[in-house]
Write a protein that binds this ligand. Structure first.
Ligand SMILES: Nc1nc2c(ncn2[C@@H]2O[C@H](COP(=O)(O)OP(=O)(O)OP(=O)(O)O)[C@@H](O)[C@H]2O)c(=O)[nH]1
Ligand SMILES: [Mg+2]
Length: 440
């Protein structure tokens, strides 16, 4: 069972009850400790986290307008966000990047992800194969470069990586230059020397250490070791998909005072995200990740040129655009998991896919005015009959769709409000104390 599911279960025990008291909070903390330690989060970190949750949840005056239950959930969320580190802001200017890390950590794969990432943001990318240690390393990168459509540089047969980099720099005109380096089984002098000589020539603006998330809290040790030997500007944690130790890896890297920049969530170039601790924790706790969804849709709509999607106002029309974009995003399961519904059973996903097809037919039977303003359909039997006929479904199904759409509208609004609310709380807390705070 994954970390998110366990955390949600622990919290659900609390949120399913009408009210909570001190003992409940203590029981929750025990649950959290068990869950986090089983995900390989360092014991010291877990104890620190428990203490601050206990202090904040029980000793601080709770925020007005929030029940203790909601307050505790929010405190858990905030503290987990702190545990998981800062959010990274990517550089979108002309710059040079060096990737480094041990064997098999995911460097070469990550290069294709970074190339895809910058390309979808309108930057041209050149990748440099400077791993002269592993025989097939250059071909691997060449193929990936072809796949993502970026320029590729190397000198076949050259054994000196800094010569390859120097040559590439002479030729490359791209905005972002990304260099792949060789790994080793451990951080040894030879590797340090090689990285330093590459860095001398490249003068990288960003040095990303690539670590694999499936090694759990050892990731933090790697981050410390590497940053003692060579400058590191950020860490990319890969293989966050399917690893039960991802939370341990992230928290240990964050505790090592190194910034997590990106996370890799699969083998494809698009399985990649900017690291946002709020987003990560939100997903773990089952808070719908609408921001991530909108971000991804915008990215895809840019790619597919289906026009700009208004992310701040939800109409049936914009929902339809999203639906079309979502189809391009691949299986509905991954879309649902981004929306915080990670544990949806397969049958439900399939049912939902059929439902979406029906929705599409219904929307195609609506007038432009109706698509822009769903309120026109409220209590309008004649319009609903017309749509049902056009879509070949029952009136009940149309009404169900409208009800669901309304729910979505509400969720979007709530989320927007919550974000504002979160900022407000943070500001108040920075300003010292949140007593007497009036929410709403
Ligand atoms: N599931 C999953 N697999 C990944 C991810 N990133 C990389 N991999 C896989 O991990 C393996 C190693 O990845 P590489 O990119 O070759 O690693 P590397 O650090 O370049 O390895 P060396 O060049 O040998 O040091 C490959 O099979 C990748 O497909 C990820 O985020 N998720
Ligand atoms: Mg490699």
């Amino acid at each position: 069972m994954d970390l998110g599911k366990k955390l949600r279960q622990a919290l659900a025990k609390l949120t399913n009850r009408p009210y909570v008291d001190k003992d409940d909070v203590k029981a929750l903390i025990k649950d959290l400790q068990r869950v986090l330690i089983s995900s390989d989060v360092n014991v010291k970190l877990v104890l620190k986290l428990s203490k601050s949750i206990e202090e904040r949840a029980l000793k601080t005056d709770k925020i007005e307008a929030l029940s203790l239950k909601e307050h505790v959930t929010k405190v858990v969320y905030d503290e987990l966000v702190k545990l998981m580190g800062e959010t990274y802001t990517p550089r979108l200017d002309k710059h040079r990047i060096l990737l480094l890390g041990l064997y098999g950590s995911g460097k070469t794969t990550t290069i294709s992800k970074l190339a895809h990432f910058y390309k979808t943001r309108g930057l041209s990318v050149g990748v440099v194969a400077a791993d002269t240690d592993r025989p097939a390393a250059q071909e691997q990168l060449e193929q990936l470069a072809k796949k993502v459509g970026s320029a590729y540089y190397t000198i076949k047969g050259e054994k000196n990586p800094s010569k390859i980099v120097a040559d590439a720099l002479k030729k490359a005109k791209e905005d972002v230059i990304i260099v792949d380096s060789a790994g080793r089984n451990a951080l040894e002098d030879e590797l340090i020397g090689e990285l330093k000589s590459i860095a001398d020539v490249l003068k990288p603006d960003e040095n990303f250490l690539v670590v694999s998330g499936d090694i759990g809290q050892i990731a933090g040790n790697q981050a410390i070791e590497f940053s003692n030997a060579v400058p590191i500007s950020g860490v990319i944690v890969t293989k966050m998909d399917g690893s039960a130790k991802g939370g341990g890896a992230l928290s240990s890297v964050a505790a090592a005072n190194t910034k997590i920049a990106f996370i890799g969530t699969g083998e494809k170039p698009s399985d990649f995200e900017i690291y946002k601790s709020e987003k990560f924790v939100g997903r773990l706790l089952g808070v719908p990740d609408i921001e991530a969804l909108i971000e991804k849709i915008n990215e895809i709509s840019k790619d597919a040129d289906i026009g700009k999607i208004e992310s701040d106002e939800l109409t049936i029309e914009s929902f339809y655009e999203q639906l079309k974009a979502a189809k391009k995003m691949g299986p509905l399961g991954s879309v649902l998991s981004m929306m915080g519904a990670a544990d949806v059973p397969k049958e439900m996903v399939q049912q939902s896919e059929e439902k979406l097809k029906k929705f599409e037919n219904m929307i195609n039977s609506m007038t432009t005015a109706e698509k822009k303003d769903a309120a026109l359909l409220k209590n309008q039997p004649s319009r609903i009959i017309r749509i049902a006929k056009g879509a070949g479904c029952t009136e009940k199904e149309v009404r169900e769709f409208l009800a669901q759409f309304e729910k979505m509208e509400k969720m979007m609004n709530m989320f927007k409000k919550n974000r504002g609310f979160r900022k407000k709380v943070e500001k108040m807390m920075k300003g010292g104390g949140m007593q007497g705070m009036n929410v709403g």
